[in-house]
Write a protein that binds this ligand. Structure first.
Ligand code: OSB
Ligand code: MG
Length: 373
């Protein structure tokens, strides 16, 4: 039983080692909202994966800060929770704002794992101790630069390469990659940059034996992806469109995709992520864990989720050093030359949280306390 005594919101700024470009733009540095829950002598952490601006979804770091301060924190402060799982019902009266909710809920799962003295991945129901890793590579200034990056990541051992595509940076780029590496596990992610009118163009991708095409159409669509999937040989994978287990069920029943990317922030926290995982498993849809350029806290939590049984495909779970010169956890997330990460058997997230570094990176901080403690 954890009594939620106080919640600290903190914004840290971290420059990316290399810019990251998707079909909606380039990011050079991250503004990351960290949630720290205090209670019964425990400090537990959650990372909000909302972006700097509302491009991937409606949320941003600033909307998340506002919603947590005004609505989510008051719903849990002063309450005693037996389990991380008990958080979601307390937040159910607030619609949407899933990334904000996930930051709070995931911190409570972290608290539970610390209190019980077990690894977070075990608490989530993890079934494996080694996770297979892939990388997501953004749009570059030239195809040559992209090919060079792929070469580097393959040499580092990564088991699947995903490249970002958009109109004007798609079929010919994939063709160049396949000419060099005919056999690697290769996928692409459009972040909703196309419409059904592009179906004929997207069908050209069928020539390249891709593992999947991720989220080609609208970020809120499930129906039209089913129409597109019928035209394509290549499996579609949904990312943005899947916000709940219900969405996953709908996609499975309509045949909108054959693979699903689970991001714990996008679906509102670990309990819904597990529910999406279970729906997919029952429907025979393999899943993998997506990433949102997380700092070490979110990265370690993604790793924990990736140990569940139906996380069959290599995810966008990669080493800290691909994104950060210095990560806020110790040890940082390391990937073996075989492209795998072994999870820790320590309690909690299995990494020490570097509070000194977090303090140095902090640009804004606010502590909310229970009214009558
Ligand atoms: O669509 O998967 C995506 C990053 C920001 C927003 C959306 C996406 C991504 C990535 C990065 O692909 C994956 C990672 O964190 O390594
Ligand atoms: Mg994606």
């Amino acid at each position: 039983m954890l009594k939620v005594e106080a919640i600290t919101l903190r914004e840290i700024r971290m420059p990316l080692v290399h810019f990251f470009e998707t079909s909606f733009g380039r990011t050079y540095h991250r503004r990351i909202l960290l949630v720290c829950i205090h209670g019964d002598g425990i400090e537990a952490w959650g990372e909000c994966v909302a972006g700097e601006a509302p491009h991937y979804c409606e949320e941003s770091i600033d909307t998340a800060w506002y919603v947590i301060r005004e609505y989510l924190a008051p719903a849990v402060l002063g309450k005693s929770l037996a389990r991380g799982r008990d958080c979601a019902p307390l937040l159910a009266a607030i619609r949407g704002h899933r990334m904000a909710k996930a930051a709070v809920e995931n911190a409570l799962w972290h608290a539970e794992s610390l209190q019980q003295g077990i690894p977070l991945w075990k608490l989530l129901g993890g079934a494996r101790t080694e996770v297979r890793c892939g990388v997501s590579i953004g749009i570059q200034d030239s195809v040559e630069q992209l090919l060079e990056k792929i070469q580097t990541e393959l040499a580092a051992g990564y088991l699947r390469i995903k490249v970002k595509i958009k109109p004007g940076w798609d079929v010919s780029v994939i063709e160049r990659i396949r000419a060099l590496w005919p056999k690697i596990l290769l996928s692409c992610d459009a972040n909703s940059a196309y419409t059904l009118e592009d179906a004929d163009h997207l069908m050209k991708l069928d020539a390249f034996n891709l593992l999947m095409i991720e989220q080609p159409l609208w970020s809120d669509d499930i129906y039209f992806h089913a129409r597109l999937q019928k035209l394509l040989k290549t499996p579609l994978c949904l990312d943005e469109s899947i916000r709940s287990a219900r969405d996953a069920q709908m996609a499975a029943e309509l045949g909108s995709c054959r693979i699903i990317n689970i991001k714990v922030g996008r679906v509102g926290g670990f309990s819904e992520a597990i529910a999406v995982h279970n729906v997919c498993q029952a429907a025979g849809i393999p899943v993998w864990c997506g990433g949102m350029l997380e700092s070490g806290i979110g990265r370690a939590q993604n790793l924990a989720l990736s140990t569940l049984e139906n996380f069959i495909l290599p995810g966008d779970v990669s080493a800290s050093k691909r994104y950060w010169k210095e990560d806020i956890i110790e040890p940082e997330v390391l990937v073996s030359p075989q492209g795998t990460i072994r999870v820790s058997s320590e309690a909690g997230i299995g990494h020490r949280i570097r509070k000194d570094l977090i303090q140095q990176l902090t640009v804004r901080e606010e502590t909310l306390s229970a009214v009558s403690a």
